[in-house]
Design a protein around this ligand. Sequence first.
Ligand SMILES: [Zn+2]
Length: 385
Amino acid sequence: MRFDLLIKNGRLIDPGSGRDGHFDIAVYRGHIAAVEASIPESAAASLVDANGLLVVPGLVDLHTHVYHGATYWGIEPDPVAARTGVTTWLDVGSAGAWNIIGLRDFVVRKSRARIYAYLNISGIGLTAPTWESANLGYLDVPLAIKLADANRDFVIGIKARIDVNTVGQNGVEPLRRARRVADDVGMPLMVHIAKGPPAIEEVLPFLKSGDILTHCCTGNSMRLIDAEGRPLEAARRAQDAGVIMDIGHGAGSFDFTVAEAMLSHGMRPDVISSDIHQLSVRGPMFDLPTTLSKFLTLGMSLGEVIASATSRPAAAMGLAGQVGSLAVGANADIALFRIEQGNFSFDDVFAHTRTGAQRLVCEATYLGGRLMPRVAEPPPAPWIA
Ligand SMILES: [Zn+2]
């Protein structure tokens, strides 16, 4: 057998298998075919020299918005995938029962990047900037169950945004309905937190093992730390019980001081995701590699940062060993990164700046063993100032 592609001489980091070192990696028919200390050049049709580069699984972004052209927030995934190494995208809540079929027909089928979705408990999803759960008439439990069940090939969870600017006077009722849908279809629930009411203490009891709490480092009133900067006991208990703590940086949800307080008390995010959308993609979030670089700046190790954007989100999606993995047999989604050394300024969304000495820069993105071409990104949506 002759491999289709051979990537040699890089530093391979594959958190799922525990590999971190100099390995060559070979691809055959879209899958990882071999990972060895040395594979001869003659064994492959095409050769890439990754000397000086990191070779990591294609990144898995657990919080994205890709329903472009049909929702306020959506961006086109493929141009960003090519320049950032993100090969698997989880769209969380852009679509609800009334527009999930369009997400499949108009975006998932037309994109090269792998796209999965969490169904918004509100039938209108994120068509508008917000208020999708302020009208309980949009939160039809039997209909959400029907659409989630009928689209199990790419709908893998249920999303609810719980904050005062989304639910209005409805408190945790949207969350209660989302819980019922998730339990009925046997899928995990992702809950977004921001500014209450409701209070975070009212939200956490709804979450179970395998569910995801996104915006876990929000600086808004539903934050997971107390006035002294200590993680809330209820938040720790939730994480200990298997609730996945996800960053979801976005344009309003990442506070360096909250992240620092949590890390200093030994509470670590399980997953680092971007919450990339029309407002965050032009900064200060920018993209997933920039978000990962912020956590290097906060002192997380390179290996843990890579795990937080590969094997861990893949496991949260039930796709361990298929994506976010360089194990033999996995999809040949591979990203090459350079670690740029220098003096880099990073901003959160609460007007804090931190300076870091390292930045992750994507050099190439392979999806199913094929290089994703770099293409121009479309301009902002007309409603973005
Ligand atoms: Zn989001």
